[in-house]
Design a protein around this ligand. Structure first.
Ligand SMILES: [Zn+2]
Length: 450
């Protein structure tokens, strides 16, 4: 079972993220593809059939803002503090500051320098055209002679670059790539082939994480990107954001294991909850959602909670239903901004619904299999507009008034007619799996005789 935004075809080569030699050759390779993102919207282009595709640019297009390839990944393993003063001042900032070495910058310049550096992330190599024997394996240990050619001779390196704060580059890219636009990933994503969507998901999540984590959570000093965008490292010896001298206290993030140095993945449970007899499914709607839109209940996992416990707690809090058995169906990366959706099923022990407990839902109800099948069979694939996405995200405030709610409830009662999330959402996968008798899929096909 593979949900939308999963199925990434790239070989991420995580063991090469700390190799300066490898990254340098992958950066300036004629085969390198750079996905520019503007405010997290990737550069895309529609083909003649209306399908959306990611649109890439080359090293020559971005070199001036990224910096000399040989210098970009100096000190990239983040191991030696003494590397920092020797780092080259990169890209546009070298020109603006008129200095070549980080060690020559004043404290203020240094802080701005690291804060302003555009996020650059190595996404992996596309080896789909490579013969099996030429695919990169973790056994090929990197050294100072590692290159793209020695590790992945057929690989096409993929990169993501945040161009949000680079208006000149944005304009140049748009002018040189007719028909290409920065398009928000979520609305209209349905027309993007799934493997491209999974690359976009990786790029969006990582650029977002790098952009939002500019200061060390332990000591408030600026942090820098290491491991080609997959780790952020506190810069020792720098003054903290409030000007306190950095020499005085060593940062705790320099020792031991610290999760704030690495990109986050926040677990969410989303569940198909069935009536005690398994013949109905519980769906709910928030008041800000488009009229007649119903979906699976969902919620963030809390600290010290198992998936099963989170399912039971959320369903009880949102709908007053007590859930007994709980199981797992499939998962989906959800890069808005950094979730992993755990698609679960649960069987209710009670049927009396209450939405007045935490007041998160406006309505929740059990739908019959016939009602759900009718929606699956009759509705054209639902395309969410930008406005509807904003509503589902709760950004537009409560826009469905009492009249809309009554109308939605009446329609759901009378006709069994409602709207479901699009096929790109795991909620759709779960509801569809239940309606077609495929929700309990745990026995692996290869050992089905066990
Ligand atoms: Zn720190």
């Amino acid at each position: 079972m593979e949900n939308y935004y999963a199925g990434n075809p790239l070989n991420r080569l995580s063991y090469l993220r700390s190799s300066q030699a490898f990254l340098t050759s992958a950066l300036r390779s004629a085969k390198a593809k750079f996905l520019p993102l503007d405010s997290l919207s990737p550069l895309c282009k529609h083909d003649k059939d209306g399908a959306r595709h990611l649109h890439f640019v080359g090293w020559k297009d971005v070199e001036a803002v990224v910096g000399e390839a040989e210098q970009v990944f100096a000190g990239v393993d983040g191991k030696r503090d003494e590397d920092v003063p020797e780092l080259a001042v990169l890209g546009l900032q070298a020109k603006r500051l008129g200095k070549t070495r980080v060690g020559d910058l004043s404290h203020d310049e240094k802080m701005r320098y690291f804060l302003d550096q555009p996020a650059l992330v190595f996404l992996g190599v596309d080896e789909r055209s490579a013969p099996e024997s030429a695919k990169s394996l973790p056994v090929s240990k990197p050294d100072e002679h590692s290159t793209l050619e020695t590790h992945s001779p057929y690989g096409e390196p993929y990169w993501a670059l945040d161009v949000s704060a680079l208006p000149d580059l944005k304009e140049k890219i748009l002018q040189a790539n007719e028909g290409a636009k920065f398009m928000e990933l979520r609305s209209g994503a349905q027309t993007m082939p799934t493997q491209e969507a999974s690359i976009a998901a990786e790029a969006r999540a990582l650029v977002d994480w790098n952009t939002r984590n500019k200061f060390c959570p332990a000591c408030a000093r600026p942090i820098r990107s290491v491991w080609a965008g997959w780790k952020r490292s506190c810069i020792p010896g720098e003054p903290s954001a409030d000007g306190v001298d950095g020499q005085a206290t060593a940062c705790i993030s320099r020792k031991g294991v610290h999760n704030f140095s690495y990109p986050r993945t926040d677990p969410v449970v989303i569940m198909a909850v069935l009536s005690p007899d398994g013949e109905k499914i519980l769906l709910g709607r928030q008041r800000t959602w488009p009229a007649r839109f119903y979906s699976c209940l969902a919620g963030f996992l809390e600290a010290g909670e198992s998936l099963e416990e989170a399912v039971r707690r959320e369903v009880y809090e949102e709908a007053g239903i007590v859930v007994g058995d709980v199981g797992y169906h499939s998962s989906q990366p959800w890069p808005f901004p950094a979730s992993l959706m755990f698609g679960c099923w649960g069987v209710a022990k009670t049927e009396e619904i209450r939405v007045d407990l935490d007041n998160e839902l406006e309505d929740a109800r059990f739908f019959t299999r016939d009602q759900v099948l009718k929606v699956i069979q009759s509705t054209k694939p639902m395309q969410l507009s930008r406005e509807q996405v904003a509503r589902i995200d709760g950004k537009e405030g409560a826009s469905s008034d009492k009249h809309d709610l009554e109308d939605a409830k009446k329609k759901a009662d009378d006709e069994g007619s409602f709207l479901m999330p699009p096929a790109t959402a795991i909620a759709n996968t779960l509801v569809r799996a239940w309606a077609t008798g495929k929700l309990f899929n745990q026995a692996p096909a290869s050992v089905s005789k066990m």
